[in-house]
Design a protein around this ligand. Structure first.
Ligand SMILES: [Zn+2]
Length: 72
């Protein structure tokens, strides 16, 4: 099943707050809010020993149409 990644970011251009989800992995996924485009770049283990996925998300601001890219 696909993993859902929750995101809350600000537009670089207009400061519009954008909230939504991105999909990681294969399988069924229902987006919530805005549908971010996610590309995995690696995996890190945090201090509690839990694996966390790293990657890039891309979203087009619905307010000013600027393409925003974030590292997560
Ligand atoms: Zn914007």
């Amino acid at each position: 099943m696909a993993e859902k990644i929750r995101l809350k970011v600000k537009c670089h251009a207009c400061g519009n707050q954008m909230e939504g989800t991105a999909k990681y992995g294969k399988g069924h996924y229902v987006s919530e809010g805005l549908d971010f485009e996610f590309t995995a770049t690696g995996r890190i283990i945090d201090s509690t020993g839990k694996a966390r996925i790293r990657g890039e998300v891309v979203i087009r601001c619905p307010h000013c149409d600027t393409r925003n890219k974030y590292e997560i």
